[in-house]
Design a binder for this molecule. Structure first.
Ligand SMILES: [Zn+2]
Length: 243
């Protein structure tokens, strides 16, 4: 699956088919043989270079494969190999693809957001997740609405596009599957992680003036954290609230 997600990441922004043709080297176009296409292992065997032209292969490919394997294992352990686990797996795969595409191209393809929304609708329809339609729509409204509002305020303050419509649509999609409570928590965690990373790149001087940081990856990280730890965080929070 990690390998397949890499193909999606590479081909979806180019509007190409994700099914065919087979994988080729982007530099020399030679076909990648099946034994050179084994996740992580082939990267190590080939020492990160194309067999024909020695063009370096991005470290991103094995990293996406490892991340996919890790999160798949985590979902299977936490939620089990059932409908709920299946829904979260698909949802997380979509978020991985969106994250890397946003980092590369600063865009969030509509068809991926649409696919995520269909996953959410199917999950409620099949009764895989506990939230109902009303909560899902409220989640969508809260998540998307807040980002839209934050974008407006950001535009006023920074005098340039701070939050794209892609982020708003992504938020509305994630909010649908999370429901409004978990949407609020995901937003909070996203902004928290974004400010930590933002401060770090500013302090270490890796950010030059006028650089844009895509926000989609932070939203995705906040949402994945909520999927795994949302319930626990909520319980801890409530235990402080009740005397
Ligand atoms: Zn090559």
């Amino acid at each position: 699956m990690g390998s397949f997600l890499n193909v999606c990441i590479y081909r979806i922004p180019l509007e190409g088919s994700i099914m065919r043709p087979g994988s080729t080297c982007p530099k020399c176009n030679s076909k990648i043989l099946f034994y050179d296409n084994i996740p992580v292992i082939s990267y190590l065997v080939l020492k990160g270079k194309c067999r024909s032209c020695s063009q370096p292969i991005s470290l991103r490919y094995p990293l996406v494969e490892i991340l996919t394997a890790g999160l798949t294992t985590a979902v299977a352990n936490v939620f089990g190999m059932n409908l709920l686990g299946g829904v979260y797996i698909i949802f997380i795969y979509i978020l991985i693809v969106i994250t890397v595409i946003d980092l590369d191209h600063m865009i969030i393809p509509d068809r991926l957001v649409g696919f995520g929304l269909i996953t959410g609708i199917a999950a409620i329809f099949l009764g895989a997740i506990e939230i109902g339609w009303k909560e899902a729509f409220m989640g969508s409204f809260v998540y998307g609405g807040f980002l839209y509002f934050a974008g407006m305020v950001g535009k006023r303050i920074f005098k340039k596009e701070a939050m794209g419509m892609g982020d708003v649509k992504l938020g509305a999609m994630m909010g649908f599957l999370l429901g409004w409570k978990m949407s609020v928590m995901s937003l909070y965690l996203s902004f928290l992680v974004a400010s930590i990373v933002g401060l770090t790149v500013i302090i270490t001087g890796q950010l030059s003036k006028g650089d844009r940081i895509p926000f989609g990856p932070f939203l995705a990280v906040g949402t994945v954290l909520v999927i795994f730890f949302g319930q626990t965080i909520l319980e801890i929070y409530l235990s402080f609230m009740t005397p």
